[in-house]
Ligand binder design. Structure first.
Ligand SMILES: [Zn+2]
Length: 442
C-alpha cells in the first residue's frame, strides 16, 4: 500500500484546476490558469561572473481556450511556446488583488511546452568562486514562493519538478534539498521533487562545502521507521541543541497526530527569529522549531490550496504553541481570515491570534486534537480549503459548525470587527525577512 502511494505520488501530476481561481477577461478573450504536468529547471551559477542562468521547461495542459497564466517575480524573462518565440507580459487579477505572468498568445485547449529563460536575481550571493543560493520562501506576503526565484505555477498546482544544477566553479559545492538529490560529479547535481509538491514545497540550498556545521541522527517512528534528521547551522550555533529539541517535539507530535508524515527531516538552524516550513524541511530559529515541525502535519502534510486556506495551519500551530487552550467564546464578534478575494495568495497575518482563539473555542465543542488526527489521516498529501475542514469536522462530530466558521473566520455577514490585532505582536514565527536579513542568515 505504501509502495502504491509512492508510485501514485511519483508518477502523476495532480489535476487541481478545480482549485484554481476563475479565469478572467483579457484582451479579446480570457486569461486562464494552467495545469502543469511537469517542470524542469536547468540552473547554472557562474560565480566568477556573479550571475546565473535558468532555463525552465513546463509541459502544461490548458482546459479552456485563452491566454495561459503562471508567475515569475523578477524582471527579465523570455519565452518559447512549442519552439516559437512568444511574448510574456504581466497582468493584474480582477480587483487588482495580485498579478501574474501571461503568455501573450491565445491557445486552444490542449497540451503545450513552454520554455522560459531567466536568472536567479535574488538570494544568490557570490563569493570568490563560490555561490550561496537558497530558495527561501515566505507566506505572509504574496508572491514570495518559488515564483520569487524561478517561473512557477500558483499554490493550487502540484507537479513533479526536476532541478539540474551546475555551479561553474572550482571549489566544491553542496546541495541540500527536500527531494531526491543525485550528485553526478563535483558541482553537478540533479534533484527530483515528487509530484505532490508545488510552489510552496521546494527546499533548495546550494553553498560551498564546509560552510556549515552538521549533525545527523535517526529518530524511531511509532510505525517502526527510522527517520533520518539532518541539522545544519552556521559555525557559531550549536546544531546539537536543535537536534535535542527536535527529538522531544517529534515524540510529542507522533503521539498526538500519528506517524511522522515524511521519510526524512532537514533543519537549517538559524540565529534569526522565526522560521518557515517545507515538506520534510525547515529553516528556523531554535524557538520556532516546534511551530515549524507541527507544520509537517498541517501545512505540508495537509496542504492549503490558496491564500484563503493558510489561516488554518497558522491558527492550529499557534493553538499548539500556546498549550492547546479551551475557550467557551473566542473573545471577538466576527473576523475575516479565510473569506477574502478568490485571487488572494497570502495567508492573513491575523491567522495566529484569531485562528488560535477560534480553535480554542472549537475545542470547547468537541475534542479538536482527536478530530485533527482523523482529519490528517484522511486528507494526507491533499490540497484543502476551509470547506474541507468544516465538512470533515461536521461529519465526524455530528455538530453544525458552519455558522461558527462563517462568523468567526469567514467574515460574518460583512459585520465589522471590534478587536484590533497588531501585526508585530503576532508574527513571531513567520517573519517577513528583508533580503538583507536573509543574506546575513546565509
Ligand atoms: Zn507557521
Amino acid at each position: 500500500m505504501k509502495y502504491l502511494l509512492f508510485l501514485l505520488l511519483s508518477l502523476s501530476a495532480f489535476a487541481n484546476l478545480h482549485l484554481a481561481p476563475p479565469s478572467f477577461d483579457y484582451r479579446d478573450g480570457k486569461a486562464v490558469f494552467m495545469d502543469i504536468k511537469e517542470a524542469t529547471y536547468d540552473i547554472k551559477y557562474y560565480p566568477y561572473f556573479f550571475t546565473s542562468r535558468v532555463k525552465t521547461t513546463f509541459t502544461f495542459e490548458l482546459k479552456e481556450e485563452g491566454y495561459p497564466l503562471f508567475d515569475f517575480v523578477p524582471m527579465g524573462i523570455r519565452g518559447k511556446l512549442n519552439g516559437k518565440r512568444v511574448p510574456i507580459r504581466r497582468v493584474k487579477s480582477p480587483g487588482k488583488v495580485t498579478s501574474y505572468r501571461v503568455v501573450k498568445k491565445k491557445l486552444k485547449p490542449g497540451t503545450y511546452t513552454l520554455v522560459l529563460y531567466t536568472k536567479v536575481k535574488r538570494l544568490a550571493w557570490y563569493g570568490l568562486g563560490t555561490v550561496n543560493s537558497g530558495f527561501f520562501i515566505k507566506d505572509l506576503k504574496e508572491k514570495k514562493f518559488l515564483e520569487k526565484f524561478v517561473p512557477a505555477n500558483l499554490e493550487y498546482d502540484q507537479y513533479p519538478m526536476t532541478f539540474n544544477v551546475r555551479v561553474k566553479a572550482r571549489k566544491a559545492h553542496k546541495v541540500v534539498a527536500n527531494g531526491n538529490v543525485k550528485v553526478h560529479k563535483k558541482n553537478h547535481f540533479t534533484i527530483h521533487y515528487p509530484a505532490h509538491y508545488g510552489s510552496s514545497s521546494v527546499y533548495f540550498h546550494v553553498f560551498k562545502q564546509g560552510k556549515y556545521k552538521w549533525v545527523t541522527d535517526t529518530f524511531r517512528s511509532i510505525d517502526g521507521r527510522d527517520i533520518p534528521f539532518t541539522i545544519y547551522t552556521k559555525w557559531f550555533l550549536k546544531p546539537e541543541k536543535f537536534l535535542a529539541k527536535a527529538r522531544g517535539i517529534f515524540n510529542e507530535l507522533e503521539a498526538d497526530y500519528g506517524p511522522w508524515p515524511q521519510d526524512f527531516y532537514i533543519v537549517y538552524g538559524m540565529a534569526l527569529k522565526g522560521g518557515m516550513e517545507y515538506p520534510g524541511a525547515t529553516a528556523t530559529s531554535l524557538r520556532s522549531l516546534g511551530h515549524e515541525m507541527f507544520h509537517t502535519y498541517f501545512a505540508k502534510g495537509v496542504v492549503p490550496a490558496d491564500g484563503n486556506s493558510g489561516w488554518m495551519d497558522e491558527g492550529l500551530a499557534s493553538w499548539r504553541d500556546r498549550g492547546y487552550k479551551t475557550l467557551t467564546h473566542p473573545g471577538y464578534d466576527s473576523f475575516n481570515l479565510g473569506g477574502h478575494s478568490v485571487y488572494k495568495r497570502n495567508t492573513d497575518k491575523n491567522s495566529y491570534k484569531v485562528g488560535r482563539a477560534f480553535f480554542a473555542y472549537l475545542n470547547s465543542k468537541f475534542n479538536l486534537k482527536y478530530a485533527l488526527k482523523d482529519y490528517f489521516q484522511k486528507h494526507k498529501y491533499q490540497m484543502v480549503t476551509t470547506n474541507h475542514m468544516i465538512n470533515h469536522f461536521e461529519q465526524l462530530t455530528g455538530l453544525n459548525l458552519r455558522a461558527d466558521f462563517s462568523t468567526y473566520v469567514l467574515g460574518g455577514n460583512g459585520k465589522s470587527n471590534y478587536v484590533e490585532f497588531h501585526e508585530h505582536e503576532e508574527n513571531e514565527h513567520h517573519i517577513d525577512y528583508t533580503d538583507a536579513q536573509i543574506k546575513r542568515m546565509l
